[in-house]
Design a protein around this ligand. Sequence first.
Ligand SMILES: [Zn+2]
Ligand SMILES: [Zn+2]
Length: 340
Amino acid sequence: MKNTALFIHGAGDARVGSHTPDDPSTDQVMVDVVAVGLCGSDLHYYKDGGIGTAVIDDPFVPGHEFSATLTEDVPQLDIQKGELVAVDPATPCHVCEWCEKGYHNLCPDVRFTGAPPFNGAMTQALPVPVPALIKLPSGMTPEQAAMLEPLGVCIHAIDLAKPRLLETVAVLGCGGIGLGIIQLLTLCGCQSIIAVDPQSHRLEKAKSLGANSVGTDYTAALQYTSQRGCDLVIEATNSPDGLSHSVLAAAIGGRVILVGIPDGDSYSTVSAAQARRRALDLRFSRRMGNVYKRAITLVQEQRVDVDTLITHRFSLDDAPGAFRMQADEADGLIKSMILP
Ligand SMILES: [Zn+2]
Ligand SMILES: [Zn+2]
């Protein structure tokens, strides 16, 4: 059915309804969505009805990890009508203090496709800014193109983490982001990667992608380091315990990078002594910097396998079921792709 979209009406309420896309403005072009990934952040809008102050007031179309085909030629980017593109969901303002410093991912005035109040890509067609179009090499599939955005989030986390040769790393949370990060860590020469997730199918995937040891909770980071803890802990869970467990998994002088978004927008209590005595270097990762070019190269050269992260596919009509499955943490599920 054309002119439909998946709407989140509030917590636990996702429905398909009719939706007429806005007409493109002068700096925009209309695209037909081909594939859109269901991200952990989309899931927070569904489970919690918002993320922190970004609360859903009106029914809202999620989806920011997507590929699409052009409905017209875009000569300035050498992209033809019908060609597959990826779309960068973030359009920063380019004039604020943080944009001027080059930190476009920190722009408070960013227009982000698929973050309230800007409707996203879980629909058939939408207008997107021309500068947001990412030209792709031939041979890239629509699903791979949609995975460039979450891979970009992983690359940004690695850029912040600055992994060092042979150091010991724990990755807490083995969803699409954690498993992407594990693949990147192996490329960085980290030899002892400890993957943590409560779900066994995710740990098996982590092993197949380069994790050296796995465990169902953060104590694995202690168990496999003779209680020393890890030099680097990258947190990619949706758990309020993500921060406190990262602190406990880290070695003295370690680094902690927080990528995940906790359910309920709060962290559980962190022991000040545990964090202080380790003198931890703690960083929050926010979306991504300038990463698309590297993401494309990594996928094109098959140095990162994004296809293996996609376990489920849904039509737009069945998309509410995808949200339910993902919220229920169904067995065997890693990443869902919606194919409008
Ligand atoms: Zn995402
Ligand atoms: Zn800005």
